[in-house]
Design a protein around this ligand. Sequence first.
Ligand SMILES: Cc1cc2nc3c(=O)[nH]c(=O)nc-3n(C[C@H](O)[C@H](O)[C@H](O)COP(=O)(O)OP(=O)(O)OC[C@H]3O[C@@H](n4cnc5c(N)ncnc54)[C@H](O)[C@@H]3O)c2cc1C
Length: 464
Amino acid sequence: MAVYNYDVVVIGTGPAGEGAAMNAAKHGKRVAVVEMQSSVGGNCTHKGTIPSKALRHAVKQIIQFNTNRMFRDIGEPRWFSFPKVLERSQRVIERQVQLRTNFYARNRVDVYFGKAQFLDSHTVMVRDPHNATEELRAQKIVIASGSRPYRPADINFRHPRVYCSDTVLTLGHTPRRLIIYGAGVIGCEYASIFSGLGVKVDLIDNRDRLLSFLDAEISDALSYHLRNNGVLIRHNEDYEKVEADEQGVTLSLKSGKKLRADAFLWCNGRTGNTDDIGLDLVGLEANGRGQLEVDQHYRTAVDHIYAVGDVIGWPSLASAAYDQGRSAAADILDDDEFRFVNEVPTGIYTIPEISSVGKTEHELTEAKIPYEVGQAFFKDTARAQITGETQGMLKILFHRETLELLGIHCFGDSSSEIVHIGQAIMNQPGENNTLRYFLNNTFNYPTMAEAYRVAALNGLNRIF
Ligand SMILES: Cc1cc2nc3c(=O)[nH]c(=O)nc-3n(C[C@H](O)[C@H](O)[C@H](O)COP(=O)(O)OP(=O)(O)OC[C@H]3O[C@@H](n4cnc5c(N)ncnc54)[C@H](O)[C@@H]3O)c2cc1C
């Protein structure tokens, strides 16, 4: 077996692995990455963020065409099939893979395709699809192996009508009726995509409110818009069994209800990819969800083995995974710029989009912090009137006395970009981190910042 020596070996080429590999390589380390899929990019590129966002974008364009009166002059509303919309996302994936492959080549990072397994705490064996093996030895190892959908054993995922969030990307037709089980971020995003294609969706939630970590008003707005688009949401439900036959799928719920649809999409939970990478050979153990515990420097219980991205659990977002990977490499490099990634804004690509950062009203009330609310409704802003994307609201929570920004919550078109502006301001030191910033920096043009000015004025009107 050939043996190669490196400073750093990274397992996985998703955003977490890429972030770690690039940062280490750019600082002169000899780096190798190992990827068990046939191309780089991780589940993020092949099964998660990229395909779902490309799908969503195409569906949004279809909705716009079908609902905007201007387009009626050139044609009647048209419906597209799911496979047709999927084709577009495939092209984006190919371009992403090409781009990311070049990053590795340009930065002299060796890419090994095959499955990585620890032999000892400094050695990783790579087994390629033809069963050939190579040994990589390294001073530091970064586990960035990501996650996969959790699939309970009592559901037959081999049946052609039963899908998880990975296999839905192989769906070859447009079902008329779809049951989505699990109303987390992925379930809600797919509910938006399918209902946007005219599919009748039953969205089954285990809890009493959608995305309960969000500000209640935003989560209520999401429920309203999903319902408005034909999604039937059922809260506080648990499945008893899922039975698929040639004509459809029947979901029996513990509450006694039985639902029937053409297809079933499971979106309930994910598991870290740690089960067969030889953790026992290095003295590491994953928790019940396959996740690894790390300290504030992304080090596992074995000092020179790091873990980043979905494999460590929260927040399980591509953007955070990339930053965590960079940070782990910064720790390896003893770089002063190391930072633990903790303030992570949410970006949820439902239709409408949702984004938030900081505290919710509920959290501030619990903590007895005297806050006030400033709101801007998109329909009142010039930008929304121009784009026609009038559904939405920006909500700023700020301290009644100091005017310090405490939370920003938004739903509607480009919410993530809008919150991004606010977060940059929230992170500024001193006086700039207050509501005054928005007013002293008057943005009197129809950009996203207009919403902040309107919300700030609205909030100040409540206290002065
Ligand atoms: C449907 C869906 C939509 C999403 N939407 C968003 C979104 O809008 N915004 C957002 O920020 N996040 C989103 N996410 C989450 C995001 O995709 C993940 O947080 C991100 O992919 C995590 O990156 P990662 O590098 O940790 O792991 P991954 O992207 O999972 O990459 C891990 C890689 O490691 C490889 N690997 C695993 N084990 C081994 C091994 N033993 N040997 C070699 N290679 C191995 C895998 O093949 C994989 O390529 C979404 C996820 C899903 C499923």
